[in-house]
Structures are given as C-alpha cells and as structure tokens.
Design a protein around this ligand. Structure first.
Ligand code: HEC
Length: 119
C-alpha cells in the first residue's frame, strides 16, 4: 500500500517537472528578450553627431564625449561592441536613460556604430 502511494507521488512529481520544463521560458528566450537585436544600417557619422546633440547625450557625456554625469565615451569602442552600445542606449542602464521611445531603432544603431568606432 505504501509503495503504491510513493510511486503515485513520484509519478505526479515527474509529470509536474515535465510540464514546468515546457511552460517556463528557457534561458535562451529570456536572454533574447533582454538583448534587443540591432538592425543593420550603414553608418552615417554626421547623422550620429546630430542625434547625440539633439537627444542631449552630450549634456551627460560632455560636448566632446569627455564625460560629465555619464562616463567618458571617447574610447568606448575599445570596451564595448556596437551591439552592446545599442543595448545600453535602447534599454538604459543605471543613470543612463532608455531611448527606445525617443529614437528609431535605426537611429540608435547608427549612433551605436559611430560610438563603436571610437577607439
Ligand atoms: C541623463 C544623463 C544621460 C543621458 C541624457 C545619456 N546618458 Fe549615456 N550614460 C549615462 C550614465 C550615468 C551612464 C553610466 C551608466 C552605468 O554604467 O551605470 C551612461 C552610460 C552610457 C554608455 C555606456 C558607457 C560605459 O562605459 O559603459 C553609453 C554607450 C552611453 N551612455 C551613450 C549615450 C548616448 C548615445 C546617449 C544619447 C542617445 C546618452 N548616453 C544619453 C547618462 C546619460
């Protein structure tokens, strides 16, 4: 009798584990949501410079990107890839605001590529 209960409990546990495996989002799915994909654009330096002026990036990062409230970005390309910069501008980070409602994905991608070339 006790054996029968034990195997019943075990069966239920196994079924629950299988159901959870399929219903919980996988690690990969979560990672993808956290990391937006950068659209491919041809870098336009003049457009990037006007975007960072118009969006107030320079008010926090300095007019020469030398840093102020935000960190210095003059050599940001040696630390971060365009994709990583794209994610930070899109989602924000700490004191850095998110720009996903202010800029088009392509504009963010252009600025990200422009910054990634600063090494
Ligand atoms: C309100 C001030 C503010 C504005 C506006 C702002 N930033 Fe930032 N930014 C920050 C701060 C503060 C950080 C540091 C965040 C952290 O690491 O916690 C940061 C971080 C960054 C980083 C990562 C730097 C690193 O060393 O990790 C990049 C790239 C960046 N900002 C680009 C931009 C761009 C491009 C814009 C305009 C579209 C912008 N920021 C606008 C404050 C700002």
């Amino acid at each position: 009798m006790q054996k029968w209960i034990m195997s019943g409990v075990l069966t239920i546990a196994v079924v629950m584990a299988i159901v959870l495996m399929f219903t919980l989002p996988g690690k990969e799915q979560v990672a993808e949501e956290e990391k937006p994909t950068m659209p491919e654009v041809t870098m336009d330096a003049a457009a990037a410079e006007s975007t960072i002026k118009a969006q107030g990036c320079i008010s926090c990062h300095g007019d020469q990107l030398q840093g102020a409230v935000g960190p210095n970005l003059q050599k940001i390309g040696s630390q971060l890839s365009a994709e990583e910069i794209y994610t930070i501008i899109t989602k924000g980070k700490g004191g850095m605001p998110s720009f996903k409602d202010k800029l088009k994905a392509e504009e963010i991608a252009n600025v990200a590529q422009w910054l990634a070339e600063k090494k």
